[in-house]
Design a protein around this ligand. Structure first.
Ligand code: ADP
Ligand code: MG
Length: 365
């Protein structure tokens, strides 16, 4: 079994509070109703030369590395788009905000980093992401439009989310109030229930950086770059396990089973634990030790109430149920998870998992 850890995502570059409001006001003016002329000359928005630019490096040579670095800061040559700014960077791609001249609206353009473009497996996975995000239509999942390759660079056009990721919010606020955590849990459960029941999609990388909130407060899942469709798996489980250590499910680490929606339920539990306590399940450990902690029955993170005493028993019970290490004793469906979040909202009660079900958190304050 090969464990391939997804490269670390770049730190977020979002603005918050007053700065965010000023930024949004400026953006609203700039976006206008139709294709606006940019008020400031924008180097990224200028027509692109058909050939890749040359890079001044020592003795006039252009190394592959310097070219790759430059390409990350240059959008691809697509005349029907006016590239405005980098919206975000992940481990595998740069996402640009661009004005689509025909659709007359902002779109997000995910451009695969050059180092991955030469791997057939990575390109296939990128295309799988594109197909999945264009096939699915749900307000809680970023809508994809289509993809292509230009000058050897793979890109994918999708709806632009004018907001931020919860990863960036964590950097700013350290943790979210319980009610926000419940709304995020409910929204993701609803969207993933659609993805699983309709397309048998397992996201495989649910984490704060891959959940966004739009300007109107809609929670949206993005980055299906590691997703699997169990419907497409004919030959059994994959040899390669991919994911983000802090949020990965135990069965993804073992890699000896065909994954299903329960893997994502665990990752959402780990994500919400982080969002609501401001602390990851297993902080300060090496990647190997984090992976060991997820699978080992001996390793349990503290009850969330030890970190935030005001959290409800209901929410902690629900998180424990999502974080049960053995998937057969975990919440089994997205509907069960959704109903449990709804129950908290409507004054109901959520019981803890049975005592024999060992979770990655230990209940009890
Ligand atoms: N549709 C979108 N609209 C606006 N920003 C986006 C969109 N999709 C992604 N981003 C930003 O780009 C970052 C990287 O995108 P992501 O798809 O997660 O790439 P990777 O697969 O490399 O992790 C995200 O964390 C987010 O900040
Ligand atoms: Mg990502």
């Amino acid at each position: 079994m090969v464990i391939k850890i997804k490269p670390k995502e770049a730190p977020p570059k979002y603005l918050f509070g007053k700065a965010a409001r000023q930024h949004q006001a400026a953006k609203a003016t700039e976006d206008g109703k139709d294709a606006p002329a940019p008020s400031q000359p924008n180097p990224a928005a200028q027509p692109q030369k058909p050939t890749a630019p040359t890079v001044p490096v020592a003795e006039g040579t252009v190394t592959q590395r310097s070219m790759r670095r430059l390409q990350m800061t240059q959008p691809p040559n697509l005349p029907f788009l006016r590239f405005d700014a980098i919206a975000g960077k992940g481990g595998m791609a740069v996402v640009w905000r661009a004005w689509h001249k025909e659709l007359k609206r902002n779109v997000a353009v995910k451009v695969m980093n050059q180092e991955f473009s030469s791997s057939g497996q990575d390109v296939r996975q990128f295309m799988m992401e594109v197909r999945t995000m264009t096939d699915m239509h749900h307000p809680g999942i970023v809508q994809g439009y289509g993809a292509d390759c230009v000058d050897g660079r793979y890109y994918f056009i999708m709806d632009y989310v004018d907001g931020y990721t919860f990863g960036s919010l964590l950097h700013r606020k350290t943790r979210l109030p319980e009610i926000d955590t419940i709304i995020i849990g409910e929204s993701v459960a609803d969207a993933m229930s659609y993805a699983w029941n309709t397309f048998k999609i397992v996201h495989c990388d649910i984490k704060p950086e891959n959940i966004m909130v739009d300007r109107d407060g809609t929670v949206k899942i993005t980055d299906l770059g590691l997703c699997q469709s169990t419907a497409a798996i004919k030959t059994g489980p994959s040899e390669e396990v991919v994911g983000t250590p802090a949020y990965i499910s135990p069965e993804q680490i073992y890699g000896d089973v065909v994954l299903d929606c329960r893997a994502d339920i665990y990752s959402l539990g780990a994500t919400l634990y982080h969002l609501t306590t401001g602390r990851m399940l297993f902080p300060g450990l090496s990647n190997d030790d984090i992976l060991r902690s997820h699978v080992s029955p001996e390793t349990q993170a503290p009850d969330p109430r030890r970190i935030v005493p005001t959290l409800s028993a209901n929410l902690c019970n629900l998180l424990a149920g999502m974080l049960v290490k053995d998937r057969d004793m975990r919440y089994q469906t997205w509907e069960e998870v959704f109903d449990a979040f709804r129950a908290i909202e409507t004054g109901g009660t959520v019981p803890p998992p049975p005592p024999e079900a060992i979770a990655s958190i230990r209940l009890g304050v």
